[in-house]
Design a protein around this ligand. Structure first.
Ligand code: ZN
Ligand code: ZN
Length: 253
C-alpha cells in the first residue's frame, strides 16, 4: 500500500509521530507522500523525508495560504524542490468553500505553481473545493496535462471526473469512500482503475468506523479494502494496481 497524501508533520502527531510511522509500516504501507501546505510545512515535509527512507515530500502553498504567495515564497519552494526527496508540487489549487484567501490570490498562486511544477518537471497535487469547473479550466489553459496531475480528495461530480480523466489526470480518494451514504463508490467504480490513487489526508477524513478520531496512514488499508469490495475484486489485486498507479504518478522506481 502507498499513502499518496498525508500530513505527518502536523502537531497532531507531535506526541507519537514515530509510532504512527511504525504502525503504518507494520500493516504494509511501503511508501508515504507527505504534503506541504505552506512554507513551514513544506520544509518540515522535506525534513521528514530526509529522516525516513520510505517517506517522500511534496512542497507547495495551499489555496488557504495563497495570500502568502509571492516571488520570495516561490524562490523558497524552488529551493526546497531541489531535494531529491521531493516528488511533487502540492498541495495547490482553489478552495471556494472556506475562502481563507481572496479568490484572485488563489487563482494567481495556482497558476504560478502549475508553471513551477512544469518548469521543474514534477507532478502536481491539486486541492479543489467548490471550484472544480474553474480549476479544470485553469489546469487546461495552463497546459497542466503536460505533467502528472492528481485531484486529491476528489469531491466533484461525474461530469467533472470524466473531464479530469480526459485530460489524463488522476483522481485520488480516501476515507470519504468508506463513509455511509457516500456517493463516491458509485462514481469511482465507473472510472478507469488506472487513473485512481488512494490517500488518507491524515490527520483528516478518518475512514469508517473510526470517523471522528485522528486519521493515520495505517488506516489506508480500510480504503483499499473498500475499493476492493466496491469493485468486487480481491484486496491483493487492487493493491497491485493502485500501487502501480502511484509508482507511475510519482515516478518511483
Ligand atoms: Zn487538500
Ligand atoms: Zn491535504
Amino acid at each position: 500500500m502507498i499513502d499518496t497524501h498525508a500530513h505527518l508533520d502536523f502537531p497532531d502527531y507531535n506526541a507519537d509521530r514515530d509510532e504512527v510511522i511504525a504502525r503504518a509500516q507494520s500493516v504494509g504501507v511501503k511508501r508515504i507522500v507527505n504534503i506541504g501546505c505552506d512554507l513551514t510545512s513544506s520544509a518540515n515535509s522535506v525534513d521528514l523525508a530526509n529522516r525516513f527512507g520510505h517517506i517522500f515530500a511534496a512542497v507547495g502553498i495551499h489555496p488557504h495560504d495563497a495570500k502568502q504567495y509571492d516571488d520570495l515564497a516561490e524562490e523558497k519552494l524552488r529551493e526546497l524542490a531541489n531535494s531529491s526527496r521531493v516528488v511533487a508540487i502540492g498541495e495547490v489549487g482553489l478552495d471556494f468553500y472556506r475562502d481563507h484567501s481572496p479568490r484572485d490570490q488563489q487563482r494567481e498562486a495556482f497558476v504560478r505553481q502549475i508553471a513551477l511544477a512544469k518548469e521543474l518537471g514534477l507532478p502536481l497535487v491539486v486541492h479543489v473545493r467548490n471550484a472544480y469547473s474553474e480549476a479544470l479550466d485553469i489546469l487546461s489553459s495552463e497546459k497542466a496535462y503536460q505533467i502528472n496531475v492528481v485531484l486529491h480528495c476528489f469531491s466533484g461530480n461525474r461530469e467533472e471526473a470524466v473531464r479530469a480523466i480526459d485530460y489524463g489526470f488522476f483522481l485520488s480518494v480516501g476515507g470519504v469512500l468508506t463513509f455511509t451514504n457516500s456517493r463516491l463508490p458509485e462514481l469511482i467504480s465507473k472510472m478507469p482503475l488506472e487513473s485512481i490513487l488512494l490517500e488518507t489526508d491524515a490527520p483528516y477524513l478518518t475512514p469508517h468506523p473510526h470517523r471522528g478520531a485522528r486519521n493515520e496512514p495505517a488506516l489506508i488499508q480500510l480504503v483499499y479494502q473498500k475499493l476492493a469490495e466496491t469493485l468486487g475484486r480481491s484486496f491483493a489485486e487492487i493493491e497491485v494496481q493502485i500501487d502501480r498507479n502511484a509508482e507511475t504518478f510519482f515516478e518511483f522506481e
